[in-house]
Ligand binder design. Structure first.
Ligand code: M6R
Length: 609
């Protein structure tokens, strides 16, 4: 949620900050702001309701220069989206931007008001600015004032502060919301995501929980939560990002859908032998750990939770071990029973989802035999805090609706099934078969992408619909859930998914000609059962859209449109059948005229509860 960029440089940094915000806009996009200080200590602050473009236009129209500055793109938590609630917030000489939530903002606000501070916004963030100003009265420096302030804050923050009377430095603090320092030559930067800083540097320091740092043009001093000076490793980034370039595509989401065969090639590269998954795939010590594992507990949110649900079918039917999957926000607040030799697997595109991270931290205390994260962002909190990490290598995903990150998570989870299964009865022949299937996957996805024109035509029929029902059975049930999530996220059509066997237990009551029913129907053991469910819908006047294997022998007619999906091995079916559902939601969203890459009310990375 929200994005932060900051800089301490000799040159004018306004354009760097605004470009950084543009690159972070996918994280939050209801308002944006920038504040810069020039060498004479003159501060210019500009804020706008709406997207970064509004701010960029304001910057173009209003001369603002300065070598030290901070900027923010907001996803509202406290206080409606508006210019007065947009960051940066001020308190006399102090300027602040903040990601996260200050849970005790209300009593802090009352104390500060009693001391005479005047609040000009409804945000929790503004208390930070006033607290730092208050602490600065007795602390000898901005750094000391911030160190004293953060001790009073409960909740989550990634925050950057500057004091206009000393433009030579910014002070930053991290607890629960990521911050990364970008190292330049004679200039340094700060951001909530390295993507923001790639035009100016590739050398990064990832701050750790509780860190407070002072950044000047020539130095970076980092202190841990006890105030001890600490060294943090410098990482050379090889992340690529071409934010300005959607290529031939109208939206990032479409580009990312089409990138999926290539992304999977990257996910697989160097990780498979001819007939098994290589031991090193999950990192040092993975093989030793997997030998001990007798149960897998998966935690994740949203789309990542759906990939976990698919993995449960695979781990139990092929991997030979039991598996539970739980939404992280539920898992973290429930007393759960830890099975002996249980591995905690977190799944996350961003690696920063607050609930998933909290679940991992709790699990570390709870007696799990180890933790593994399946993640797309190197250096993210989940990657750093897990014992093992499998990087999905999908490349930066900019569209808020997750597509290639989901598909590559599934590939990683299929490999995990192989890696664990070989210690639990998965035969050599099965391993070879699954390995060959995975290697054929990019080609199968290329074939499936060729269905796009048919799906685009089909999408027309959803133009006037307000509801949709997705049906699947077995490992296609989570794919139906993912299809429903995609449709509601980007087209705002209300969509539900059901395990098809549940229809007669209630949802059949919804069926009429106004309720499109989308069915995912590979030719597997459950096909005949699914066909019976399809007939139940037809008998009640429902209009069906069936994505099926040609061998499944569904026929298009007045009440059923059939799209034939390439025949694939059972293990690949959840991955391949995801793709037409992504395309369907994309084309429906185009017809509905929604903001596909940045749907209303959402943010790419949910770093608050
Ligand atoms: O970064 P994560 O995978 O942990 O994010 C979890 C969800 O917020 C995310 O998958 C969300 O559901 C997407 N918008 C789905 O498209």
């Amino acid at each position: 949620m929200c994005g932060i960029v900051g800089a301490v440089a000799q040159r004018d940094v306004v354009d760097i900050l605004v470009e950084g915000l543009r690159r972070l806009e996918y994280r939050g996009y209801d308002s944006a702001g920038v504040a810069v200080v020039n060498a004479s200590g003159e501060l210019t602050r500009l804020r706008r309701l709406g997207k970064v473009k509004e701010l960029a236009d304001a910057v173009a129209a209003t001369p603002a220069t300065g070598g030290t500055g901070i900027a923010h793109t907001r996803w509202a938590t406290h206080g409606e989206p508006s210019e007065r609630n947009a960051h940066p917030h001020l308190s006399s000489n102090i300027t602040v931007v903040h990601n996260g939530i200050i849970e005790n903002h209300s009593p802090l606000r009352d104390d500060l008001k009693a001391k005479g501070y005047v609040f000009t916004s409804d945000t929790d963030t503004e208390v930070i600015a006033h607290l730092v100003e208050e602490e600065l009265k007795s602390a000898g420096s901005l750094l000391a004032a911030v160190q004293k302030t953060v001790k009073q804050l409960h909740g989550a923050y990634g925050t950057v502060l500057l004091d206009k009377t000393d433009p030579s430095r910014v002070v930053v603090a991290r607890s629960g919301s990521p911050l990364v320092i970008g190292l330049g030559i004679g200039e340094n930067f700060i951001a909530s995501d390295q993507l923001a800083l790639l035009p100016v540097t590739r050398r990064f320091i990832f701050l750790e929980e509780g860190d407070v740092a002072e950044i000047t043009r020539h130095s970076v001093s980092i202190f841990d939560s006890n105030g001890n000076a600490v060294e943090r490793e410098v990482h050379e980034s090889n992340v690529s990002y071409d934010a300005g370039d959607k290529g031939q595509y109208r939206h990032f989401m479409l580009k990312e859908i089409y990138e999926q065969p290539h992304a999977i090639n990257n996910t697989l590269e160097g990780r498979l032998s001819r007939d098994s998954v290589l031991d090193e795939t999950f990192g040092n010590g993975a093989a030793e750990l997997f030998k001990k594992v007798k149960h897998v507990q998966i935690v994740a949110c949203g789309t990542s939770y759906h990939s976990g649900m698919v993995a449960r079918y695979w781990l139990e039917s092929l991997g030979g071990i039991s598996c539970n999957v739980e939404i992280a926000s539920e898992f973290r607040y429930r007393k759960s029973f830890v099975q002996p030799n249980s591995l905690l697997v977190s799944i996350s595109q961003s690696g920063e989802t607050a609930d998933t991270l909290a679940a991992l931290r709790l699990a570390k205390e709870a007696g799990y035999v180890g933790s593994l994260t399946i993640c797309n962002v190197a250096g993210s909190s989940l990657v750093r805090e897990s014992d093992l990490a499998f990087m999905t290598r999908a490349g930066a995903e900019i569209g808020v609706a997750s597509t290639k990150a989901f598909i590559t998570q599934l590939v990683g989870l299929a490999m995990l099934t192989l890696a664990i299964g070989k210690y639990n009865g998965l035969t050599d022949a099965q391993q070879r078969e699954l390995t060959e299937a995975l290697q054929s996957l990019p080609g199968k996805l290329e074939q499936t992408l060729a269905l796009a024109p048919q799906i685009e035509a089909l999408a027309e029929e959803f133009a006037d619909k307000h509801h949709a029902l997705f049906l699947g059975r077995g490992d296609q049930y989570p794919i139906a859930m993912e299809g429903a999530l995609k449709l509601k996220e980007i087209s705002y059509i209300h969509a539900e998914a059901y395990a098809a066997g549940e229809l007669k237990h209630g949802p059949l009551a919804l069926i009429d000609a106004q309720m499109p029913i989308i069915v995912v129907a590979p030719n597997n053991d459950l096909l005949e059962k699914l066909k019976s469910n399809v007939e139940e819908v037809r008998a009640r006047g429902g209009i069906l859209y069936v994505f099926a294997d040609a061998d499944a022998r569904f026929q298009s007619d007045a009440t059923m449109r059939v799209i034939n999906v390439p025949h694939v091995a059972d293990i690949l079916a959840p991955i391949v059948y995801t793709l037409p559902l992504q395309l369907l939601s994309y084309y429906v969203a185009i017809i509905k005229g929604t903001d596909v890459d940045q749907p209303r009310n959402l943010a790419k990375s949910v770093t608050v509860e």
